[in-house]
Design a protein around this ligand. Structure first.
Ligand SMILES: [Zn+2]
Ligand SMILES: [Zn+2]
Length: 97
């Protein structure tokens, strides 16, 4: 979600966010396309893929009561770690193909 204070997104940041959005939800594994959640507002490289429910759902979502997050014991940083691993794994697979 963008605020009026966030800086303009560069091409590289836009590309990265697009790749993240193609991944399945980091929390429940629902297939993409996902929404990109900013761990810190305005940092467009620190984003994780979330389905609408794990993102903005009032019960399950990170912006709501976080029930799904509590059940799965995921954190924003554990999701970020997984996201980076998936992006690198994809790249290595593409390179060896
Ligand atoms: Zn989800
Ligand atoms: Zn968000």
């Amino acid at each position: 979600m963008r605020t009026k204070n966030s800086k303009a997104i560069t091409g590289a940041e836009s590309d990265h966010m697009q790749r993240v959005k193609e991944l399945p939800c980091s929390v429940c594994g629902a297939p993409g396309p996902s929404e990109a959640h900013h761990i810190e507002q305005g940092m467009h490289l620190v984003v994780i893929p979330l389905c609408q429910d794990c993102h903005r759902g009032s019960f399950n979502g990170i912006h709501g009561q976080r029930r799904m997050w509590l059940v799965t014991k995921k954190t924003e940083l554990s999701c970020l770690n997984e996201t980076i691993r998936k992006l690198y794994a994809d790249r290595l697979l593409a390179r060896s193909a």
